[in-house]
Write a protein that binds this ligand. Structure first.
Ligand code: HEM
Ligand code: HEM
Length: 172
């Protein structure tokens, strides 16, 4: 499934996608409520105002962009792989890292799907599930960020740097 040689670091593509997606997800969380008035109007069978519709369009298209980038990212993850967890981590630390990354992949793939079902098919329950995503994202991005900063400043591992500097070809 994954390649046999585990890479020593991430590729330029993986790093670029990580930070572009991170910025777009933060944008979606900060401005996510902008789509609510237009969605409410549709649910009540009334016409949203032009301003509400424009705000909704931004949310929808940024969300779709995240989905497409996340698919490319997942493909890169499966074909190229990811570096090993830092040496000396306890089983519990490794587990928290794996769960956090799986949840974050779930977010960048699952939020556009639930949002899309709510918006395009008009299923209110999916809007509610999508809304529950917001505190989940805040919690796990916070945990993820604290983990990255802890690795960098306390453990002094290369975990943060390897998400900033691509693996040098042939260096491994
Ligand atoms: C990773 C991508 C996405 C993130 C992080 C995200 C995040 C959010 C957030 C934070 C809210 C506001 C929740 C609240 O009011 O408490 C929201 C609402 C909403 N989003 Fe998204 N969204 C994403 C993608 C999408 C996409 C692609 C669509 C549609 C195609 C969409 C449709 C909606 C709808 C319809 C609502 C209103 C839900 C309701 O009021 O029940 N979202 N989103
Ligand atoms: C919405 C924001 C974010 C999302 C959705 C996200 C998602 C992810 C995912 C899914 C991975 C696993 C990559 C893989 O192995 O395939 C990852 C790795 C990583 N992220 Fe984030 N991330 C976000 C924000 C951040 C922030 C703010 C930081 C730093 C302060 C950060 C630092 C890192 C680092 C250092 C790694 C590499 C971990 C390792 O090599 O073991 N991320 N991120």
């Amino acid at each position: 499934m994954t390649n046999t040689r585990q890479p020593a670091g991430y590729s330029t593509l993986q790093i670029a996608l990580h930070w572009i997606i991170a910025a777009l997800v933060i944008f979606q969380v900060v401005f996510g409520e902008d789509i609510v008035p237009a969605f409410r109007a549709y649910m009540r069978d009334t016409e949203p105002t032009a301003d509400d519709l424009a705000a909704a369009d931004i949310h929808v298209w940024v969300g779709i962009a995240i989905f497409v980038l996340a698919l490319i990212r997942l493909a890169a993850r499966v074909t190229r792989g990811a570096p090993a967890a830092p040496a000396g981590e306890s089983a519990a630390q490794k587990w928290v890292g794996i769960v956090t990354h799986v949840v974050l992949y779930g977010v960048i793939l699952g939020m556009p799907i639930t949002g899309g079902i709510a918006w395009y098919l008009g299923v209110e329950a999916f809007g509610t599930i999508h809304e529950i995503g917001k505190p989940v994202i805040i919690l796990f991005v916070a945990l993820h960020t604290v983990g990255a900063l802890y690795q960098h400043f306390v453990v002094k591992s290369d975990v943060l740097m390897r998400m900033l500097r691509p693996e040098r070809r042939g260096a491994a």
